[in-house]
Design a protein around this ligand. Structure first.
Ligand SMILES: Nc1ncnc2c1ncn2[C@@H]1O[C@H](COP(=O)(O)OP(=O)(O)OP(=O)(O)O)[C@@H](O)[C@H]1O
Ligand SMILES: [Mg+2]
Length: 249
């Protein structure tokens, strides 16, 4: 089993859109996939039409007092299950800080899913505190959506520095361009000459496209309602690139 996190400390950069579409692309490729929504906003759960079971409670979750397998729900798609987000996840950082050994909690919670799934996709909230460290330690691969702007690129250097400071291996960080608008000069120039901090840049860029927002109208992954749109194809290319980077799925 591999764990793939969609993470950035910046908000609104396309983490959830990518996580949902990549999880769906993996499942469509026959990979038994679990989408784990770690964000109390629960946008990914909403797109996939899943609500948490009543038992879901972040306090009991981090203390290892929940049978996590029972919290998993089916989705409308073959091979794709979901751990829906609960609003109590908003306290994750505080809860983690209270534990003696907080860094590996998420990794330990994910481990048993190796029996049923080949891929766990984490949709992460924008954070750089305790939960981020848990995400870094749990994920084999961290995919980071980068809107081609100076601030998003700068935030990537902060992510990279923090990742390294925690002794995680920088080769596991995989940035990709997100919300790309080729009409903009800055977008084009950053695409043509990616800054050094975008080392490992994935060879697939997600375009800025209104159809991605329509995921909210349909409450479905793009491939379910716009199978041949260029944005859908971009997510499929992204999945192919991630699959090859992860190896062995
Ligand atoms: N490629 C895209 N083209 C156009 N709109 C997009 C694209 N990707 C995402 N969006 C829209 O931008 C908004 C933010 O996207 P998304 O929720 O995926 O970002 P996020 O990084 O997960 O945000 P947050 O940090 O709040 O979790 C949403 O309204 C989404 O529909
Ligand atoms: Mg999100």
């Amino acid at each position: 089993m591999k764990t793939l996190a969609f993470y950035h400390l910046k908000g609104g950069v396309g983490k959830t859109a990518a996580a949902v579409n990549i999880a769906h692309a993996a499942a469509s490729d026959g990979v038994p996939t679990l989408f784990w929504d770690l964000d109390p906003q629960a946008a990914g759960s909403w797109y996939l039409r899943a609500k948490p079971r009543k038992a879901m409670d972040a306090k009991r979750l981090v203390k290892g007092k929940l049978a996590v397998g029972r919290l998993v729900r089916e989705t409308a798609y073959d091979n794709l299950a979901i751990m829906p987000a609960d609003f109590s996840l908003r306290s994750m950082d505080i809860l983690l800080r209270k534990l003696d050994d907080p860094q590996q909690v998420l990794k330990r919670l994910i481990a048993p899913f190796g029996e049923s799934f080949s891929l766990v996709v984490l949709d992460c909230p924008p954070t750089i505190s305790e939960l981020a460290e848990n995400i870094f330690r749990a994920a084999d691969t961290v995919a980071v959506p980068i809107v081609p702007t100076h601030l998003s690129v700068r935030a990537m250097s902060q992510v990279r520095a923090h990742y390294k400071a925690l002794d995680c291996k920088p080769r596991n960080l995989h940035p990709f361009y997100s919300m790309v608008d080729r009409r903009r000069t800055l977008h084009r120039s950053l695409l043509e000459q990616p800054p050094a901090v975008l080392k490992n840049l994935l060879p697939a860029a997600v375009p800025y496209a209104a159809v991605v927002e329509k995921m909210g109208d349909h409450r479905a992954p793009l491939a379910a309602f716009a199978p041949s749109h260029p944005a859908t194809l971009a997510y499929q290319q992204l999945w192919a690139a991630l699959r090859s980077r992860m190896g062995g799925i």
